[in-house]
Design a protein around this ligand. Structure first.
Ligand code: NAP
Length: 257
């Protein structure tokens, strides 16, 4: 099967490309800057450049490109870019688009999630037969966020009550390869990580893995979304679909401590 992977250079997309190729499929990458990658088309969802070339000859698309700051750019990438992609994909006779989304975007009041919902709505219009897979936050996103909360010397100021169900991008990629090989399935069951944990315990594991001797203190944020995340609205506890825990991810990346 010939599959275009948008976002094929990103955290999730890279794993998708590896696993598609291991499974014997062709994986073509759409990227603004494809240097260092093979089987690529240079293009930009925000302008439409390269999209026609990218979809040509493809049976399916795994659409994993996204810009978290899209709203600042008039939703050019996630929303308008998804529409552009679907228009050219339909013309080219692409049979299936698999859209990657996020668990709980309809329950948590956060600008980026509104963008994702708007992009989902465009996929659901059905220009191309579709599947939508919502996943929980990736392990690498836990690290990214904790890095931001740990800038002060000696301190990690973290919203300790936030709840996450972090998932490994390799697990999500495995599911996406399965999904793209099947008939379009519409909105699929959510894909969550193997454990629900509060940010306190996630931060403790992360500080330990990095041998950081920082004092962990609670950061209270006066935003609705902060309460919603603490209330577990980003979770799908009935769908513990991933296999790799945050501890295992840290061990694999930094070695057992
Ligand atoms: N991160 C999480 O915790 C998480 C959790 C659940 C779901 N998701 C979803 O999973 C998907 C992948 O997330 P990620 O964290 O792996 O993303 P990422 O690492 O931030 O990568 C973003 C990708 O989007 C591409 N991209 C950005 N702007 C583009 C544009 N204008 N034209 C074409 N490509 C563009 C980038 O490609 P180039 O820079 O090469 O152009 C890059 O490959 C997203 O849909 C995200 O919403 C993420």
């Amino acid at each position: 099967m010939n599959v275009l992977v948008t976002g094929g250079t990103g955290t999730l997309g890279r794993e998708v490309v590896i696993q598609l190729r291991q499974a014997g499929h062709r994986a073509r990458i759409l990227s603004r800057n494809p240097r260092g990658h093979v089987d690529t088309v240079q293009g930009d969802l925000a302008t439409g450049a390269g999209l026609q070339k990218a979809v040509g000859g493809m049976d399916a698309i795994i659409h994993a490109a996204s810009a978290t700051t899209d709203v600042l750019r008039g939703n050019a990438v996630d929303v308008k870019g998804t529409r552009r992609l679907l228009n050219v994909a339909r013309e080219a006779g692409v049979k299936h688009i698999v859209f990657v989304s996020i668990v709980g975007i309809d329950r948590v009041n956060y600008t980026y999630y509104k963008t994702k919902l708007a992009a989902e709505a465009i996929v659901r219009e059905g220009k191309v037969s579709w599947s939508i897979l919502r996943a929980t936050q990736f392990h690498s996103f836990m690290e990214f966020t904790l890095g931001l909360f740990s800038k002060l010397p000696g301190l990690a100021t973290v919203p300790l009550e936030w709840q996450f169900q972090p998932v490994d991008a390799r697990d999500v990629a495995r599911r996406l390869v399965e999904v793209v090989s099947q008939e379009p399935g519409g909105r699929l069951p959510d894909f969550g990580g193997p454990e629900v944990r509060d940010f306190k315990s996630i931060a403790e594991s992360w500080l330990k893995a990095h041998r950081l001797n920082k004092r962990l203190v609670n950061l209270w944020l006066p935003f609705k979304f902060s309460r919603q995340v603490a209330d577990g609205l980003l979770l799908c506890p009935d769908q513990k679909s991933g296999t790799i825990t945050f501890e295992q991810y840290l061990d694999l990346k930094y070695g057992a401590k």
